[in-house]
Design a protein around this ligand. Structure first.
Ligand code: FES
Length: 145
């Protein structure tokens, strides 16, 4: 039915997404969209104030299957990392972990990366800290395609 376009991991994370939902009073929250396809993703972070470790991460995605699978994988990957290490969770890293995405779906994983960055940015602003290497996220990732 999928004609081999999507890897087993993508199908698994789409049909059984991890970390769906919201965190009440999150330490950081970020929302990004893509005006072209109309998809929107929101990421919530729960961060240990002492160690800066991401204790929990949840997402809500109003978007395509690849965006759901990317958010699911990305949230799994940032959990247990510090806010600094979380920057390693790039869209490339997410795609690799998913065993690849079709060319036209690469921007879906970019949405996950940007939503995490937006949530980290929110946390940094609220706590008046600087996360080295983190740039101000865009609300719309469409421009980068
Ligand atoms: Fe836009 Fe997937 S088609 S996020």
């Amino acid at each position: 039915m999928y004609d081999g376009v999507y890897s087993d991991k993508v199908i698994d994370h789409f049909t059984n997404p991890r970390n769906v939902g919201e965190i009440e009073n999150p330490d950081g929250v970020g929302t990004v969209g893509n005006a072209k396809c109309g998809d929107i993703m929101r990421i919530y972070l729960d961060i240990d104030p002492e160690t800066k470790v991401i204790r929990d991460c949840k997402f809500k995605t109003f978007g395509c299957g690849a965006a759901v699978a990317s958010s699911s994988m990305a949230t799994e990957m940032v959990k247990g990392k510090t806010i600094y290490e979380a920057l390693e969770v790039t869209n490339k890293a997410v795609m690799e972990a998913l065993d690849g995405l079709p060319q036209v779906k690469i921007h879906c994983s970019l949405l996950a990366e940007e939503a995490i960055h937006a949530a980290l940015w929110d946390y940094a602003e609220k706590n008046n800290i600087k996360i080295e290497g983190l740039r101000k996220p865009k609300k719309d990732v469409h421009d980068e395609e």
